[in-house]
Design a protein around this ligand. Sequence first.
Ligand code: GLC
Length: 476
Amino acid sequence: MENILFVASESTPFIKTGGLADVIGSLPQALKEHEQLEVRVILPLYDEIPEEWKEQMEYLTSIDVPFGWRNQEATIYTLRYHQIEYYFVENDYYFTRKGVYGYYDDGERFVFFAHAVIQFLANGYFKPDILHAHDWQAAIAVVLANIQKPLSDMRTVFTIHNIKYQGMMPIDIFEDFFNLDREHIGGLEWNGMLNCLKGALFHADKITTVSPTYAEEIKYPYYSEGLHPVLWQREQDVIGILNGIDTKEYNPLSDPYLSVNYRSARSKKIINRLDLGEELNFPMDLDKPLYVMVTRLTEQKGLHLVEHILEEFLQEEVQFIILGTGEKEFEDYFASLAYRYPEKARALLTFNEGLARKLYASADFFLMPSKFEPCGLAQLIALQYRTAPIVRETGGLKDTVQSYNEITGEGNGFSFTNYNAHDLLHAMRYALDIYHDPDHWQQLCSNFNGNRFSWKDSAKLYGQLYEQLVPTLIHG
Ligand code: GLC
């Protein structure tokens, strides 16, 4: 057997809609480097994947995939990138479309993907000890691995990156999408629907999620999106392992997007800020601290709280810039606010990696008041760029940001507990006070030196988890 197969619906550098892609893009590398584990990754071959990658892919095989009452063909391509072997599952009907998600038949598309993965394994092209699937789009691979046993000794791990998305379908499609006895409906069913995520929670040997706090939170109704009873049942097998970030990629010392690279010097952050001001034609005022957000504009990110208090906060001597796209309600709100406060606020309603990096580098404070946040990547990048996060104490935000404590001098940011707009406002004002107190501000900034969110520690924990399932894996 040969270690691990990651099954997922997105991965950098090929295709990305969110933080999942960053994890799938960097964890295999970390497991190889720190734990000597061989991880391969299998993904759908979307039309959207840039040509430069498609040109490098090599044809491996065509397989017949049994799918309900019919067979569908899948063509498998391979590509080696940074010493990791990637497989891509091609099927024109399901994946040659614009974008990645958002189709009425997403359930069917990703159930097909899972069938193709299992058939690929059954045909013997790769024999992993462990199949490790991520989020609902890959969840059915765990279900089928456990029921159909394409490789008799293979074990399974399932990671929840976001429990909100579960992949639900009407129960009467069971026979159309699965070649399984009806007795298996029970494992997949939840509240009268077929639920991909629930299926994986029922069948996986081990379940992980992306921070210890989120692993706790999803046992309760406020965070579980209805699945807490299942998580209680599997409590012994659930563990939270914090994500890392790619510290080579997100490094202010070498980031090619910045006008000046730096390790920790505030003076160089200021040069970046002035250059960004010029680029945006925004009057950066060095007497006022800069608060930024880089985010998808969705409710999850706590934008209702921001909406409630931002105008009031702008009465202070501060500046604010937001970068991101998303729901129209929020785009309209930020556009109108920036229109009314041209000297203090700017809304960049687009996504652009270069601008994102410049904002991380230029800012003093990074706002992330999420309603829920399984792990969160942006606060970790902000810390790398010496920008203090202001976060709500939930999920990975709670595990990575400690509120500054004036008595002990400890802490790397600011935080508040309740999902309450005035608690956010209070945290933003407290941050402003600290900013204006030279001793505390210097202390806070020096605390950034102690941050370490590389993948090394997480890789170790995943390694230990895999070893529990396959004791011979690492030293065998
Ligand atoms: C999801 C979560 C985010 C997490 C990411 C990677 O996008 O919303 O909090 O960081 O997955 O695990």
